[in-house]
Design a protein around this ligand. Structure first.
Ligand SMILES: Cc1cc2nc3c(=O)[nH]c(=O)nc-3n(C[C@H](O)[C@H](O)[C@H](O)COP(=O)(O)O)c2cc1C
Length: 429
């Protein structure tokens, strides 16, 4: 069994472990690299640190972000993050994976607009007018993971898929009205648009079979004229054999093959300046995209060391970034590295293996890690994510989700109360 928990008290131990596993872990002490400004599609971005989309499942039943969501996003802004990538936001009520998932509809626009304005204000008050975080809204339809039974079962007809596509197209305008800088048309983690990318066996459908058909939905949305910039979170490999998995060799093995992924990025390169690379289907094999110490609900640990998963994500993102140097790529899977993520992240930037470093679970635990880097040049080990999967458990239990270890709002006792409030609000409906 190669899986091990994080037990390093200094950087040299971590690097020695990587070396003993034959892993080349990029590394640089020049953490200023993480704080350099850049741009996305011509819009200024204050630094290279990205809050990855993380569902809090704390919106109202009509999809408006609630008090906890306002708190979360304001903490990200006060923490100095350069890009704040909003969580999966459903384009239709029946596409939600949870009754408290955020939605983008004409009715939720005013609350979302209030939230984007508040975040910008928080950032400006904290860092001055030149620090303007870039705000991305992730659009989603949960497909087979929708919480409503009738949505999960059965295969969607082409007509239904086309109707969902229209909702995505409408969401482009709504997101712009709500004050976002960009929308992410999410194609990862087993949700609807990722399902379509792997619909190799969906014959007799304009959305399945050939590459042309499997990418039709995305092409239609990305070529829809809109004022708002479009970007993409893409699951570049699944580690699930073809034809269920994307980015895999078509011989049924568990080996990666990025040729279709590259063809896809090439075809969309003139439409999508920013790519956020992720991997795997969390409900099947969560360690692929989010290497951890302890799996949710005490799941059996995987047969690989977390550093192997991290190195795979870095390698694939690096290969794509180097194949498409004019585009910008965001890497993921850094939270397990705790206080050492800045050195690995700076190494990745230095080697040209990504343009941005994304932080998911770490953002729940330590939303102000960029601020600490700016002020002290290092991170506080007492504030880091411990990769315990409690946030995933909260999410699977219906939310709200946050960090049970570092954020007292979500500790065991308070969570009971938060959950009860959430359930009462559903019952009173
Ligand atoms: C509680 C939780 C919620 C998540 N929600 C989303 C989401 O809404 N959209 C998405 O693309 N990924 C989501 N993810 C995946 C993260 O964005 C990220 O890819 C993953 O946690 C790995 O990065 P990390 O090692 O920095 O945590 C979620 C992960 C967790 C644990």
């Amino acid at each position: 069994m190669r899986h091990e928990r994080f037990r390093f008290t200094d950087a040299s131990q971590l690097r020695a472990k990587a070396a003993s596993l034959n892993i080349e872990l990029p590394w640089s002490e020049d953490i200023e690299l993480l704080l350099h400004p850049t741009d996305i599609g011509g819009m200024a971005v204050p630094n290279r640190l990205v809050v990855q989309p993380m569902e809090g499942f704390d919106s109202s039943e009509t999809g408006e972000p609630g008090e906890l969501a306002f708190r979360r996003y304001n903490r990200y802004a006060a923490g100095g993050n350069g890009v704040i990538w909003f969580e999966a936001c459903s384009v239709v009520p029946e596409g939600r994976s949870n009754p408290h998932q955020m939605m983008i509809t004409p009715a939720t626009v005013p609350t979302l607009k209030k939230l984007t304005a508040q975040i910008r204000q928080t950032a400006e008050t904290t860092y001055g007018p030149s620090h303007r975080p870039f705000l991305v809204l992730q659009l989603t339809h949960s497909g087979r993971y929708s919480f409503e039974e009738k949505q999960r079962s059965g295969v969607r007809s082409d007509q239904e898929i086309t109707r969902v596509m229209t909702a995505y197209q409408e969401a482009l305008t709504l997101a712009e009205q709500a004050g976002f800088d960009a929308v992410d048309v999410k194609a990862c983690h087993g949700y609807l648009l990722h399902e379509l990318l792997t619909a190799y066996n969906r014959t007799d459908s304009q959305y399945g079979g050939s590459f042309e058909n499997r990418t039709r939905f995305l092409r239609e949305v990305f070529t829809t004229p809109s004022k708002i910039l479009k970007v993409m979170r893409l699951g570049a490999f699944d580690l699930i054999p073809y034809p269920q998995g994307f980015g895999m060799k078509n011989d049924g093995s568990n080996e990666l093959d990025l040729s279709e992924v590259k063809r896809f990025i090439q075809e969309f390169s003139h439409l999508v300046p920013l790519w956020n690379i992720t991997a795997g289907i969390p409900r099947i094999a969560p360690h692929v995209g989010r290497p951890y110490d302890r799996g949710a609900f005490n799941a059996t640990p995987p047969e690989e060391h977390p550093l192997e998963g991290i190195a795979r994500l870095i390698r694939v993102t690096g290969e794509l970034q180097q194949a498409f140097p004019t585009l910008k790529f965001t890497g993921t899977g850094y939270s397990w590295l705790r206080q050492y993520y800045p050195y690995v992240g700076a190494g990745v930037l230095k080697e040209g293996k990504a343009s941005f470093i994304g932080l998911g679970r770490s953002s729940f635990a330590y939303p102000d890690s960029p601020r600490d880097l700016m002020i002290t040049g290092k991170l506080n080990p007492k504030k880091t994510c411990v990769a315990c999967s409690k946030c995933t458990e909260m999410m699977r239990n219906g939310g709200p989700a946050g960090c049970a270890v570092r954020d007292t709002t979500y500790n065991h006792r308070n969570l009971k109360e938060l959950k009860k409030n959430q359930q009462d609000s559903l019952i009173s409906k």
